[in-house]
Design a protein around this ligand. Structure first.
Ligand code: NAP
Length: 245
């Protein structure tokens, strides 16, 4: 498959891109830091053992970079089958409550700009008859929860957008895969207290790769989070107000 990938330099994105390269997919990396992109591209070339991995500057906080970067990916790969977005910002609820400037950046990047990026990707994929758009949202968007009120609100909006997109365009050939990770050990969660059922990026990547191949509309990763969130979704509001989860 020919894959344009925003966010492959770290964390779950890096693990997923490595598994894609190792099985022979052609990758084109999008990201904001030229050195990180170079390092990741060389790493993926070594793992693939063939071909070269292209790269273009794309900053989730600069929507003007989205169109040119995706167009370059399309031209270099000779078409795009899959667009993956793992890029996103994070801070704790306390940090976001104390820093309205960063809060505005996070809400803008994780919701508005991610949607704008997906809209460019959607048009590009549909123009060639379809493809798969795989975007990392979060279990944090499933319910209003005390520890992730603000980050979760952006992810809730993103999950709902992806659901609607899948309904609207699946019949035209666009498969939308919304990934909802639970707690995963990456740079994003470094230093945070680890809850039960914390996962590793490599395990998440395996689950997500299968979901991309099958076009699964919603995927919880690690898989246990599907059942945890089923219970959480069913809890009455009065109970949610009492618990710290
Ligand atoms: N880790 C978890 O427990 C968890 C749980 C639920 C959902 N998620 C979501 O899953 C996704 C991946 O998380 P992760 O833990 O793998 O994160 P990570 O290790 O922090 O990696 C984030 C990636 O996003 C890129 N990125 C950040 N800001 C960017 C920007 N403005 N423009 C372009 N790229 C940017 C980073 O690139 P740079 O090299 O430029 O920083 C990096 O490659 C995120 O959307 C996150 O919200 C994570």
């Amino acid at each position: 498959m020919k894959i344009a990938f925003l966010g492959a330099t770290k964390g779950m994105g890096r693990a997923l891109a490595r598994q894609m390269a190792e099985r022979g997919d052609a990758l084109f990396l999008l990201g904001r830091d030229a050195e990180d992109l170079d390092r990741s591209a060389r790493d993926l070339e070594t793992r693939a053992g063939k071909g070269s991995v292209g790269e273009a500057r794309c900053d989730l906080e600069e929507p003007a970079t989205f169109g040119p970067a995706l167009a370059e990916a399309e031209a270099t790969l000779g078409g795009t089958d899959v667009v993956v977005v793992t890029a996103g910002l994070f801070a704790t609820q306390d940090q976001l409550e104390a820093d309205p400037v960063f809060l505005a950046r996070l809400l803008q990047a994780n919701f508005v700009n991610t949607v704008l990026f997906c809209e460019v990707a959607r048009k590009q994929l549909l123009a060639r008859g379809g493809g798969t758009l795989c975007v990392f949202s979060s279990v944090a968007g499933e319910r209003g929860r005390k520890p992730v009120v603000l980050y979760g609100a952006a992810k809730a909006g993103l999950s709902r957008y992806l659901e609607g997109l899948d309904h609207r365009y699946r019949a035209k050939g666009l498969r939308v895969v919304c990934v909802k990770p639970g707690f995963v050990r990456t740079g994003m969660t470094a230093g945070l207290p680890e809850p039960p059922f914390a996962g590793n990026p490599e395990d998440v990547a395996r689950v997500v790769l299968r979901a991309i191949d099958r076009g699964t509309p919603v995927v919880y990763a690690p898989g246990i989070w599907r059942w945890i969130m089923l219970v959480i979704r069913l809890l009455p509001r009065a109970v949610m107000r009492k618990v710290g989860f």
